[in-house]
Design a protein around this ligand. Structure first.
Ligand code: ADP
Ligand code: MG
Length: 336
């Protein structure tokens, strides 16, 4: 076999290889009370989550506000110390790493935040904000740094001549482009986009998402794309995971998840999503009651208090995330 053939083979095999594996990850926030700040309980923001993100894919994460999406993303990057579990990035467990080792790996894992304005220092020009990335990591300075900044701005569709402008002189969509330029500056392999387009107008959302898609191709990026809006997640993701009260309740390829949701929660979530086509009617499944507190989640299946199909078994037995169709997993005793 020639070297070229061998190379192609490894490339194909690697396409489905995991870039990040999350195993039984938990993040509990202690609830403290009284002057002695005694721990009286825990907010179980992420509660035993296991899944993996493949190289080159966009993994979308959806779920109601407070379901633990951001905490999961941040704990994966060790921006929160996990309570338990493993995060394996390119075969390496991140949790035992020392601070300097972690710093090196952090270059490979970047974040794009929700609020582009809030995440850009208003007293620095956008050129300075992006250039800072090269300075901090001793990659380039002076003229070389300036050239790199210009290249990045061009890549995200902003005129490099505007690098001396301040964040407030840009529109929301342009600021998010600057946020993206900063995130890709160090050539990362993985980007966590946490509600990255949620604050933007729908038409601007589409432009920024298309930019993210384009950059993914060009730069071989892998994304974890968090959003509460199902339509954007459906558009950008290869696979989607659904969270409810700190648990991952369903994972599938995007079309499979939207066309054949197996978990009653996913079905309800999709049924209440406004669909762009007004002629296509769908029946809304209105869930009863409020989302329970993650400090005191229901026993058994956490969704049983709101589930239209719950039985006695659901009140006592935790359903594991298991395969219901090839590549499609759901945590339900009675998948649809
Ligand atoms: P989502 O991103 O899905 O809206 P979050 O991950 O932000 O959800 O929050 C999950 C739960 O964890 C919520 O109940 C939230 O109040 C709680 N939480 C998040 N961050 C913290 C924190 N730093 N300290 C205490 N509780 C937190
Ligand atoms: Mg969030």
């Amino acid at each position: 076999m020639s070297a070229i053939q061998e190379n192609t083979l490894t490339k194909t095999e690697n396409q489905s290889a995991a870039l990040i594996e999350i195993q039984n990850l938990k993040k509990y926030f202690p609830i403290k009370q009284g002057i002695l700040k005694k721990t009286v309980g825990n907010v179980k923001a992420v509660d035993d989550v296991t899944f993996s993100i493949r190289k080159g894919e966009t993994f979308g994460l959806v779920g109601e506000s407070g379901s633990g999406k951001s905490t999961l993303g941040r704990t994966m990057l060790r921006l929160h110390e996990p309570t338990a579990g493993k995060v394996i990035f390119e075969g390496q467990d991140l949790l035992p790493l020392s601070a300097p080792e972690l710093r090196k790996i952090r270059r490979e894992m970047q974040i794009i935040f929700q609020d582009p304005f809030g995440s850009l220092n208003p007293r620095f020009t956008i050129g300075e904000v992006i250039g800072e990335m090269f300075k901090v990591h001793n990659i380039a300075s002076g003229k070389e740094k300036d050239e790199k900044v210009c290249q990045l701005l061009e890549l995200v569709g902003i005129d490099p001549n505007r690098r001396h402008f301040y964040p407030h002189e840009f529109s929301g969509g342009q600021r998010q482009r600057v946020g993206i330029a900063r995130a890709i500056a160090l050539n990362p392999k993985f980007i966590l986009a946490d509600e990255a387009v949620s604050a933007l107008d729908v038409s601007v959302q589409a432009q920024v998402i298309n930019l993210l898609k384009e950059l993914q191709e060009k730069l071989d990026l892998t994304y974890l794309f968090i959003a509460h809006g199902l339509n954007v997640v459906r558009y950008i993701s290869n696979r989607v995971g659904v969270m409810y009260l700190g648990s991952l309740v369903e994972v599938a390829e995007t079309d499979e998840l939207f066309n054949h949701p197996a978990h009653p929660y996913t079905q309800a979530l999709i049924s209440t999503n406004p669909i762009p086509n007004p002629y296509k009617r769908n029946t809304q499944i209105i869930l009863k009651g409020e989302i329970p507190s993650p400090a005191n989640p229901p026993s058994g299946c956490k969704f049983h208090t709101r589930c239209p199909l719950a039985t006695e078994r659901c009140k006592v037995e935790i359903p594991p995330l298991k395969e219901v169709a090839p590549g499609h997993q759901a945590a339900c005793h009675f998948p649809l």
